[in-house]
Write a protein that binds this ligand. Structure first.
Ligand SMILES: Nc1ncnc2c1ncn2[C@@H]1O[C@H](COP(=O)(O)OP(=O)(O)OP(=O)(O)O)[C@@H](O)[C@H]1O
Ligand SMILES: [Mg+2]
Length: 258
């Protein structure tokens, strides 16, 4: 078992006003699973990822990661947050190296890993470039390398490819699927894009509108390896998309912030 979410609830209190961001949620994700989260804006998807990453604490319930309760920052997950953590004043090399500097790696190990990672995301020629000299897709590849470089067993990705154009998005999806198939990592992937969820995931968790809770968990029965450029033409893709849309559409219609 990679991630177990048990009766987890999150309430935020601000100036005596309470927001229930997440109603009790139960969810088990096995090691090596690729799971997508979809749901209307404000239903608590980022909140749940933040709790799995140990950045915020549940108001009730508990989260286990690889059998251990998450308490404090969870160093064993790689987290690509909704706004990435690429620092503009650091070069590509230094950005990718950054997470290693907080962990017990020697200088030689750091160099070896950063160079291997730059190769894996096709950025070897850009070690000394700064983020503002990169295209949007290259910047996303830096962010991806940052979370992969310390080899976490679990990746949390919060709308990582949302801002990319359609073509680049497909290329990043292909890259991610390759990495997932090579390494067997557990991936939890938040997206607003149902096509993206169907393209990538083995299971899609559909959240309801506020207060967020799980409305359905749908398996996507399309065999792997999947090619993001072609998978959309398969009949099973269309069927899965329509099934998900029929579950999600009423939730979106209910929301006032969409
Ligand atoms: N630090 C905070 N303090 C108070 N309320 C918060 C805080 N963070 C999130 N919320 C509220 O909790 C709810 C869930 O927010 P969250 O960011 O988890 O939603 P989301 O599903 O990720 O939305 P989106 O799809 O827009 O990214 C929202 O109503 C939001 O306003
Ligand atoms: Mg969010």
């Amino acid at each position: 078992m990679s991630v177990q979410v048990q009766g987890v609830e999150k309430r935020y209190v601000r100036r005596d006003r309470e927001t229930v961001a997440l109603a009790p949620v139960d969810l088990t994700i096995d090691k090596g699973d690729f799971v997508a989260f979809v749901g209307p804006s404000g239903c608590g998807k980022s909140t749940l990822l933040n709790m799995i990453a140990g950045i915020i604490e549940p108001s009730a319930g508990k989260i286990l990661h690889e059998g251990q309760q998450v308490r404090g920052v969870n160093q064993r997950v790689g987290y690509m947050t909704q706004t990435d953590s690429v620092l503009p004043w650091r070069t590509v090399y230094d950005n990718i190296e950054l997470p290693l500097t907080f962990r017990p790696f020697s200088a030689a190990q750091r160099r070896e890993r950063v160079e291997a990672m730059m190769k894996a995301v096709d950025l070897s020629g850009f070690a000394n470039s700064f983020p503002n000299e990169l295209s949007g897709g290259m910047r996303k590849r830096v962010a991806l390398a940052q979370v992969l470089v310390y080899e976490p067993g679990t990746l949390l990705m919060d709308e990582p490819f949302g801002a990319l154009d359609a073509q680049l998005k497909l290329m990043m999806q292909r890259r991610l699927l390759d990495i997932w198939q090579e390494t067997g990592k557990t991936v939890i992937f938040v997206t607003h894009d149902l096509s993206e969820a169907v393209t990538l995931a083995q299971r899609v968790v559909v959240f309801s509108g506020r207060p967020g809770h799980i409305k359905a968990i749908e398996p996507i029965n399309i065999p792997f390896p999947r090619d993001p450029f072609k998978v959309r033409f398969e009949p099973e893709f269309q069927a899965s998309y329509e099934r998900l849309w029929s579950i999600l559409a009423p939730e979106i219609a209910k929301g006032e912030d969409i």
